[in-house]
Design a protein around this ligand. Structure first.
Ligand code: AOF
Ligand code: ZN
Length: 376
């Protein structure tokens, strides 16, 4: 009997970067306002250290991976989903740590849109004689951080509008009843989106009608195996342009923070309710652009819009939506039901908003449709 030892396949840069992307995704529910970042250190075709960023203010992905690799990192290749940082922020620069560890090569999926870094991390590595390869799995790396990237580039969060509708495009019966159009699995999926968002925004109509908590229930979202995912709640933002909501509402008194957007400051609210006085149009409509700028300046990367047809329509009409997520149930609510979005009447079909379908999947009996805006 002869023994043949198979030669191990040499794993590609894409293989290791895919692992780094997978690690970065472990930070999905906790890193904000910082980005989700993963890192793998590879030597002789083997991972010798792995890491990902968990929470702002704690070590970056590269530091975790370098610690795991120890002295072995000398001469190795580091795969990072985001350009290593060059600045001293809450933690020291990772580019410097990679130089000190004497890695031979760094593979980077995308440059850092943070103006404090933007290319300087790569320049630092190259100045130290480290070979840098860029552009490996860039799209996958960008998909980890749509909100962080948009906020760094524009100051505004990435806006996802969620609606649950029937097959005939209705979100409630004529009497307003909408419980429950979609099934439990779709509702769990919504919980996961809430959990990964930095803020959830709703309108006074939804608060009056549904008295929602808008809190994440980690067990229901099934994210309890993510480190620290249980402790974080998104900021709840309520648009109340007409000052209709009384301080006695449940969500203002559960101790979790709320940002109440109104046209002038009101008294009588619990300490957890902070007020933001936004500019309003002569017709009394909140300037949503100003609200988004305020949220961006507070480090909100991903914003989840969960209200009714009015709020969805207002965001869409203002051209402020990045993604529309529709959970469509196999139910027919009929023509007396309430339509999905309030929009002005158009004269021509080509004046109406035009979206691009980017993802479609079954969630038990329902379908989740993800659309993005066609900008050209
Ligand atoms: C992270 N995690 O793994 C990497 C980051 O406030 P600091 O000091 O934590 O710095 C945050 C910035 O560092 C962040 O905006 C990004 O530009 C860069 N890289 N950040 O939180 C990481 N690699
Ligand atoms: Zn860093």
């Amino acid at each position: 009997m002869s023994h043949v030892t198979p030669t191990p396949l040499l794993k590609t840069d894409e293989y290791w970067m895919a692992r780094a992307v997978q690690l970065a995704a472990r930070g999905r529910y906790t890193t904000s306002p910082n980005p989700r970042v993963g890192c793998v250190i590879v030597k002789n075709n083997q991972a010798i250290g792995e890491g990902y960023h968990i929470q702002a203010g704690t070590p970056h992905a590269e530091v975790h991976a370098l610690r795991a690799a120890g002295d072995n990192a000398a001469g190795a290749t580091a795969y990072v989903t985001l350009e290593p940082c060059s600045h001293t922020g809450r933690t020291p620069p990772c580019a410097e740590a990679l130089v000190t560890a004497q890695v031979a090569r760094v593979v980077v999926a995308m440059t850092d849109p943070n103006p404090q870094v933007s290319g300087r991390g790569i320049a630092r590595l190259e100045a130290a004689g480290i070979a840098v390869t860029q552009g490996v799995l860039t799209q996958q790396a960008k998909a980890l951080n749509p909100g962080f990237i948009k906020r760094m580039e524009t100051g505004l969060p990435w806006v996802r509008v969620k609606l649950a509708s029937s097959l005939d495009g209705k979100i409630a019966l004529a009497n307003g009843n909408s419980q429950w159009i979609t099934g439990p699995a779709a509702r769990r999926d919504v919980q996961r989106f809430r959990a990964q968002s930095c803020a959830i925004i709703t309108g006074s109509g939804t608060v009056s009608k549904d008295e929602p908590s808008l809190l994440v229930r980690p067990e229901q979202a099934r994210i309890t195996d993510y480190p620290l995912a249980i402790v974080r709640q998104p900021l709840r933002v309520v648009i109340d342009s007409q000052q209709q909501l009384s301080p006695q509402r449940q969500m203002f008194n559960d101790g979790h923070p709320v940002l109440l957007v109104n046209s002038h400051v009101q008294t009588g609210f619990a300490a957890a309710v902070e007020q933001f006085t936004a500019p309003h149009s002569p017709a009394g409509k909140t300037d949503l652009n100003a609200v988004l700028s305020e949220l961006g300046s507070r480090g909100i990367n991903e914003l989840w819009v969960e209200g009714g047809a009015g709020l969805a329509g207002a965001f869409i009409s203002a051209g402020l939506v990045d993604e529309l997520i529709i959970y469509q149930a196999p139910k027919l609510l009929g023509d007396k039901g309430l339509s999905m979005v309030n929009l002005p009447g158009y004269e021509q079909v080509n004046e109406a908003p035009h979206l691009k379908l980017i993802d479609i999947r079954h969630i038990a009996q329902d379908i989740r449709l993800t659309y993005q805006w066609v900008t050209d």
